[in-house]
Design a binder for this molecule. Structure first.
Ligand code: ZN
Length: 84
């Protein structure tokens, strides 16, 4: 599963990617292209940054749901194994 989301630098407008787990309100990262510091905030006027934060949150939730599902599946498998 792809856990990276696209970030559009508000300074040079070029795109790069970072892990969804990191991107949240208050997160700071240096642009890969112009090396300027980008600060993620919920209150941003930048529609690209808003979209990135939304996508990052959705990706995090999807990853967490997958982890829970896998844990339940392995717990069920363990229960089945004990029955034999
Ligand atoms: Zn940049």
């Amino acid at each position: 599963m792809d856990d990276k989301v696209k970030i559009r630098c508000p300074y040079c407008t070029r795109l790069f990617r970072d892990r969804a787990q990191r991107i949240r309100d208050g997160y700071q990262i240096n642009c890969e292209h112009c090396v300027r510091l980008i600060t993620f905030t919920r209150d941003t006027e930048d529609p690209f940054m808003r979209r990135t934060m939304k996508l990052a949150r959705e990706t995090r939730l999807a990853i967490e749901a997958k982890v829970v599902a896998e844990r339940e599946a392995s717990a069920a498998a363990a229960r089945t194994a004990r029955e034999y």
